[in-house]
Design a protein around this ligand. Structure first.
Ligand code: HEM
Length: 122
């Protein structure tokens, strides 16, 4: 498994590695253009080489749809009961010490149309 934490926290690879700045990989915002499919280890969320994620193409082809659906159907608001804490803990990999929590409020009301996996707007 590629140690992405070590790579992405290396100041020789990333300027200001501790600052949350996703636009650093957005060419239209002056960031660098990185191939995330495992060919460029500056950013390899799916790993690389022989154990690279076999689901990467499926995910890259559908991620826009998933995000669009989540934003279209829900209003996302901060969970006031649990503030955002970016502290990390080392388990099998680095994980958030306190899981990120948000509240999703449905934008429309739904009712089940009777068949499995089919929901309609009331
Ligand atoms: C946001 C989406 C995803 C991310 C960030 C992701 C990331 C990863 C990473 C980092 C690995 C480990 C690579 C390594 O060991 O170096 C992995 C492995 C794997 N992923 Fe994904 N993955 C995603 C989605 C998917 C999807 C959609 C599928 C299946 C449909 C999938 C199936 C697998 C499998 C089976 C492995 C194990 C491969 C092996 O050990 O040989 N992943 N993934």
């Amino acid at each position: 498994m590629v140690n992405m934490r070590a790579i992405t926290h290396d100041p020789n690879v990333r300027n200001d590695p501790l600052i949350f700045k996703p636009e650093r990989y957005l060419p239209s915002a002056g960031g660098v253009n990185v191939d995330v499919r495992g060919n460029d280890l500056r950013l390899a969320p799916f790993g690389a080489r022989i154990r690279v994620c076999p689901g990467k193409s499926l995910w890259l082809a559908t991620v826009s749809l998933w995000v669009a659906k989540l934003v279209h159907h829900f209003e996302w608001v901060q969970n006031v009961a649990q503030s955002v804490d970016l502290s990390e803990v080392l388990n099998l990999s680095y994980e958030m010490k306190k899981p990120l929590s948000a509240v999703a409020i449905p934008r429309v009301r739904w009712r089940c149309c009777g068949s499995l996996m089919r929901w309609c707007v009331r």
